[in-house]
Design a binder for this molecule. Structure first.
Ligand code: NOJ
Length: 566
């Protein structure tokens, strides 16, 4: 059955082992520490962990500069510890996906060290070289302001090498069949050690043509199918979640018209418009972005997120929209990054306003896709703008009021724990919030539980409902004879909206609130009138709570036509 696809209806939690919990007192989080926190994650109810890079690395880009793909960085533990961790997750029904960072390696990787040594090295063609400085060397930087060029001269090689990201991250020549075979081998290795798939880093760059003569890179989409084929052959239920910040026009190229390429993609398009909606109180561009990203194969899914470990990239918004997000959430220059984004965590961006945080998360949990939650956001953790670039939002998890927030017993944590101001660990920590029934942690746990009880979001078709108020977004999902409806008020002022559910029959006259006792009955004509407080949100089931008795095993459309179940 199609609803076997686990990634269509879960909650993914993203964390990095180095900042989660340290078990040996060296100030660096490790797998043993993480292992001890699995019951916390189980309690929170998440269904999958996205584990950020943990392989051996000089650590100059938060681990996204790998120097050995088949290892665990000794600071984090051993391969044995890793397998204990994936096993512990399995015992608790939690899947693990890990980063697959194969657009580039670290310049310390054995392959690059071999490649630079001689033109005759078997690894030379694993990277992208030019004898002369290419004409476009000063274009295409991903980190403008920090990264000066995309080609750097290597003395030892006597040639220039291409690097889409920092200069210590030479790009792999992903068109080389040997490199392609090695990528499959890496995937096969980790699958064997208990992971359920990969968050694939920088996908558009991996599949792009690369070289000194390439003026406009061309995406080789076919490569995506080979990756998927291999993975599915090795382990049928494993997935690839693609990091691809691309325009909606190309989404289907990534998913594949037959659903034969990427299983999931992060929805960057909706992410940016969601922040615009939160900043401006105008839901219309968000609505448009939902419609633009609606087409996808039945087996594919969006990853819906608010903040991640990178900057909030606003590059796809108009200049005016960008300005309004900057003004609302990152007005100071040092809150902004790479001329296109904001580097803060969500809670400080929203002024620590609980109503707005709930609104933002309620949206993330109810927009089409699978929610991806960043560690610490369940506590409304803050950031440390004294740290450079994106490091400000990568501080250690705040567990308790113990020294270093219970993250380490060592003297010096790898990154400073936030210990000042309203987001300091004395105020914001898991231990305290666990005991407080009204805490953000307990709210999140409840919303995770409710999200899992509403599979219609993950599986169903959605329709935006007209409410004739740009400040309010109403969305309905239909799946297997059941419908749910969500209403969000993006404005700080209360709003009264009136709408029809848009379904035939008596059922749509009753909206049962899933979070409070505040249900809605329509007038005779089927029209509901709802008063939403400022930043208010509602989760409704259409009809009664006997919905499970009505759920069918197959899909039936409005005209009564049934569809094949798979
Ligand atoms: C995307 C990752 O999310 C980011 O953190 C990293 O710097 C680049 N890829 C390079 O790997």
């Amino acid at each position: 059955m199609i609803d076997d696809l686990w990634y269509k209806n879960g909650v993914i939690y993203c964390l990095s082992v180095g900042t989660y919990m340290d078990s040996d007192g060296d100030g660096i989080g490790d797998f043993r520490g993480l292992q001890r926190r699995l019951d916390y994650l189980h309690g929170l109810g998440i269904t999958a962990i996205w584990l950020m890079p943990f392989q051996t690395s000089p650590g100059r880009d938060n681990g996204y500069d790998i120097s050995d793909y088949y290892s665990v960085d000794p600071r984090f533990g051993t391969l044995g510890d890793f397998v204990e961790f994936t096993h512990g997750c399995k015992q608790r029904g939690i899947r693990v996906i890990i980063d697959l960072v194969v657009n580039h390696t670290s310049d310390q990787h054995k392959w690059f060290r071999e490649a630079r040594r001689s033109k005759d090295s078997e690894y030379r063609d694993w990277y992208v070289w030019s004898d002369k400085k290419p004409a476009n060397a000063n274009t295409g930087m991903v980190f403008p302001g920090v990264q000066k060029s995309t080609w750097t001269r290597d003395k030892e090689a006597g040639a220039w090498y291409f690097h889409r990201f920092y200069d210590f991250q030479p790009d792999l020549n992903t068109s080389n069949p040997h490199v392609q075979a090695e990528i499959l081998k890496i995937m096969g290795f980790w699958i064997q050690l208990g992971v359920s798939g990969f968050r694939m880093d920088a996908v558009p760059f991996i599949i792009a043509t690369k070289g000194p003569k390439v003026r406009k890179p061309v995406e080789q989409y076919d490569m995506l199918r080979s990756l998927r084929e291999f993975l599915q052959w090795r382990q049928g239920d494993s997935i690839i979640l693609a990091e691809a910040n691309v325009l909606p026009e190309t989404d289907m190229e990534y998913f594949g018209a037959d659903g034969d390429r990427m299983h999931m993609m992060f929805n960057f398009h909706v992410n940016q418009h969601l922040f615009y909606a939160l900043a401006s109180g105008d839901s219309r561009p968000l609505m448009k972005s939902l419609k633009a990203t609606k087409p996808r194969p039945a087996t594919a899914q969006w990853g819906l997120f608010l903040r991640n470990h990178d900057e909030l990239d606003l590059g796809r918004l108009t200049k005016a929209q960008q300005q309004s997000v900057f003004k609302a959430f990152g007005p100071d220059k040092d809150m902004q990054l790479y001329d296109r984004g904001i580097r803060r965590r969500l809670a400080p961006m929203l002024g620590g306003d609980r109503r707005r945080l709930e609104l933002a998360y309620s949206l993330m949990f109810t927009l089409p896709g699978t929610p991806v939650l960043r560690y610490g956001d369940e506590l409304a953790m803050g950031d440390n703008l004294d740290l450079p670039e994106r490091e400000c939002a990568r501080t250690p998890m705040q567990w308790s009021t113990e020294p270093h927030a219970g993250f380490t017993e060592g003297h010096k944590p790898c990154a400073p724990v936030i210990d000042k101001g309203p987001y300091g660990y004395e105020h914001v920590n898991a231990a305290k919030q666990r005991r407080d029934p009204n805490s953000m942690l307990n709210w999140t746990e409840r919303i995770v539980r409710m999200r899992k009880e509403v599979p219609e979001i993950g599986w169903g078709d959605f329709e935006v409902i007209t409410v004739r108020d740009p400040g309010v977004l109403a969305i309905r999902y239909d799946w297997r004879n059941n419908s749910v409806l969500f209403v969000h008020n993006l404005d700080e002022k209360p709003r009264e909206v009136s709408f029809k559910v848009g379904l035939p029959g008596e059922a749509s006259k009753l909206l049962v609130n899933l979070l409070t006792e505040d249900h809605s009955r329509s007038d005779k004509g089927g029209r509901h009138t709802i008063l939403l407080e400022g930043y208010g949100y509602r989760w409704y089931r259409v009809g009664g709570l006997d919905y499970l008795l009505k759920r069918s095993d197959i899909d039936t459309d409005a005209a009564g036509k049934t569809a094949h179940p798979a």
